[in-house]
Design a protein around this ligand. Structure first.
Ligand code: V47
Length: 371
């Protein structure tokens, strides 16, 4: 029956390659996006997912901090930013305020602090190092995942130092890994249309390559569901695969589901749950050399994330505590799942929850008891 469904979906040749562990090419990537039968695509992705991660579903007790929303890039897909002149909406935390945020969750054994912000041209080089030191001082044991490639470019520019020097300084101040944001879609057309003020794909990959060479791992993302085309998404994934072949520095890939609310692209329909599952599946199948595919529950919803654990995803992100980038300031309150919620939702989906830190090192299960 399954063989018939695969045949009907036009995916028999791809299924044979997946079973043999062979790499898929660009044409096959497009075919996976265009196949009408999502369940067959998901079934193939699940084979790879189980080969790489067994029945495990990773989660992390984490805290997200967005230290400033001031940004001079004006990306059309973003609802989070305030322009530097917008004093009413803009905020920037001091290192002490960031330390306070970390202190607020000290009773919870958080093992990852995830910190990103806008590109605020007023902030000096040492500010970025001080934020890391402030977190490290309050939470010496936690892994710190901070600053996207776009921020790293800004930090090096403001410090008038090379990328290498900047990354070494960040590492010495406490940085453990770079998050995957800021990649958007590696397409010059989309770059021109939606985020022209920000560095392009060549820059993003160059910074990632430099970090990986220095031994700093990173994640990677793809922002989908706006004006991008299928072939552009496939090319994005293949360029990440090529980067990973060269450096081995990517820990996980996170497809980010576009939320049009309150953005300048509000007229566009949001991606559906079916779209979200397909992105997870195609990423799992094309990125054969990246160990982890994350379904970020904040963007995908927890319900889609539960299903995604059977469509290629092996990671859910974590407890979050506070997330500002797509938060509706009027209607959303805190966005948080307790560790018990997350473990229950993963188990209910039929997977085995495994707690990790930002570097995918398992955390001892004894810690599971606390909130
Ligand atoms: O770079 C901005 C995206 C990213 C919107 O590395 C939007 O583990 C959807 O990268 N709708 C930041 N997305 C988030 C990010 C991330 C999240 C979770 C885990 C990790 C990781 C990384 O959010 C930005 C941008 O691509 N974004 N606006 C929006 N309206």
């Amino acid at each position: 029956m399954l063989a018939r469904a695969i045949e009907r979906a036009g995916l028999a040749a791809i299924a044979a390659k997946v079973a043999a562990g062979e790499r898929l090419d660009r044409r096959e990537g497009i075919r996976l996006y265009e196949s009408p039968d999502l369940n067959v695509v998901g079934h193939l992705a699940n084979q790879v997912r189980e080969r790489l991660n067994g029945n495990r579903a990773w989660w992390v007790r984490n805290q997200h901090i967005n230290y400033t929303n001031i940004c001079n890039k004006g990306c059309l897909f973003c609802s989070f930013y305030a322009l530097p002149k917008d004093a009413a909406k803009g905020y920037t935390m001091t290192p002490e305020q960031v330390a306070e945020k970390v202190r607020a969750y000290l009773p919870i054994p958080i093992s990852e602090v995830h910190m990103v912000g806008g590109v605020n041209p007023k902030l000096p080089y040492d500010y970025y190092l001080d934020l890391l030191r402030a977190i490290r001082a309050v939470r010496p044991q936690a892994t710190i995942k901070a600053y996207t490639m776009v921020e790293v470019e800004q930090i090096a520019r403001v410090g008038k130092v090379s990328l290498e020097e900047c990354l070494r300084d960040l590492q010495a101040a406490g940085l453990d890994i770079l998050p995957g944001g800021g990649a958007e879609v590696f397409s010059e057309r989309v770059h021109e249309e939606l985020f022209w003020a920000k560095g392009d794909s060549v820059k993003w990959i160059d910074i990632a390559r430099t970090a990986h060479r220095l031994g700093i791992k990173s994640n990677a993302t793809l922002l989908y569901g706006h004006v991008e085309q299928t072939a552009e998404k496939v090319d994005h994934l293949l360029r990440l695969r090529e980067l990973q072949d060269d450096t081995g520095g990517l820990n996980s890939f996170i497809p980010l589901s576009f939320h049009p609310e309150r953005t300048q692209l509000e007229h566009l329909p949001a991606p559906t749950g079916i779209d979200d599952l397909r992105e997870v599946s195609v990423a799992r199948l094309l990125l054969d050399n990246v160990q982890h595919i994350k379904s970020f529950w904040i963007m995908n919803t927890i319900q889609v994330t539960q299903a995604a654990l059977w469509y290629g995803a092996d990671d859910t992100d974590g407890t979050i505590q506070e997330y500002e980038i797509t938060r509706d300031p009027v209607h959303d309150r805190r966005q948080v799942l307790t560790n018990a919620d997350l473990c229950r939702l993963i188990r209910e989906a039929g997977r085995e929850p495994v707690e990790r830190d930002a570097l995918y090192r398992p955390v001892a299960p004894a810690a599971e008891a606390a909130g």
